[in-house]
Design a protein. Structure first.
Length: 288
């Protein structure tokens, strides 16, 4: 059985015996291993144990693209160690291969959460270019402005989805998010100035009062659970912004595979990284 067992098969057997553990332990490890299977489930366990993929997975972004917390990294590493030991005990994995992976995951040697901003910088350069095939003009213009604002502010999608047109300065040089006003760079201001007339045209298709939100839908969508239809011009949610980001990025990857590793967290990290280094656009003083 050694050499033929996949990560998914080993995890399934390990999860069965977890039922005998305390509920909190079983819940935490089930959460971590479900994510592991989603990412590496079809890969041979022996091969995964001998390279760096388990260590890289333990610090990878969450499903929403956010940086994992220190607690999440520890939970992932603990679950992976338990899976490896279980696999050795049940002849699914050679002890030598397990030892290598365990060494990389052993606390306190759990790899630190490090985000390489190179993919995000590459994306910022790419959004200044041509529209990718298969992406509508309205979606592309919104995506460009969304990415630039995300990189300038380091804000969460939830905060961005709440932003209103009225939160923008008249010259689009600042944007108020929650309780702080952020200065926007010239490239960001340019993309927003391109988005605003497109937004106005989308909102004009609605009946009644126009929504105040800065980000609106470029295409209708159907809620997967309720079947409710959200029309063009209606506000787009934080989840919708993330979904649009992922879909446009997938189209860009076809032209430049280097973008395949880019996530929302990478782009948001540009704003946070500049804040730490002192060259992030400053928060503008609140207007009186």
């Amino acid at each position: 059985m050694r050499g033929r067992t996949t990560v998914g098969q080993a995890a399934a057997r390990y999860l069965v015996q977890l039922e005998q553990r305390p509920a909190s332990t079983a819940r935490a490890q089930r959460w971590a291993l479900t994510d592991l299977v989603a990412q590496l489930g079809d890969e041979p366990l022996g091969q995964v144990a001998q390279d760096d993929r388990l260590a890289l997975w333990s610090t990878s972004p969450t499903g929403s693209g956010r940086e994992p917390s220190a607690a999440s990294v520890r939970q992932r590493a603990t679950a992976a160690r338990g899976l490896l030991r279980h696999a050795v005990e049940h002849a699914m994995l050679d002890a030598d291969a397990a030892d290598r992976a365990l060494a990389a995951l052993r606390r306190p040697a759990t790899p630190p959460v490090v985000r390489d901003h190179a993919p995000a910088r590459l994306l910022l350069a790419r959004v200044g270019g041509r529209r990718p095939h298969g992406v509508s003009w309205e979606v592309w213009v919104r995506f460009r402005a969304h990415v630039r604002v995300l990189a300038d502010t380091g804000a969460s999608e939830r905060d961005l989805a709440r932003a209103c047109v009225a939160d923008l300065a008249a010259d689009a040089t600042t944007l108020r998010l929650v309780d702080a006003r952020h200065e926007l760079s010239d490239p960001t201001r340019h993309t927003i100035e391109q988005w605003l007339p497109v937004r106005a045209a989308l909102v004009a298709t609605l009946e009644g009062s126009p929504p105040p939100q800065l980000w609106v839908r470029a295409h209708p969508s159907v809620h997967p659970r309720t079947g409710a239809v959200a029309a063009v011009g209606m506000p787009i949610t934080a989840r919708g912004l993330r979904k649009a980001f992922t879909e446009v990025l997938a189209a860009l990857v076809g032209d430049d595979p280097r973008l395949a590793t880019c996530t929302v967290a990478h782009v948001r990290g540009l704003g946070r990284g500049r804040a730490a280094g002192g060259d992030r656009p400053r928060r503008a003083p609140d207007e009186v």
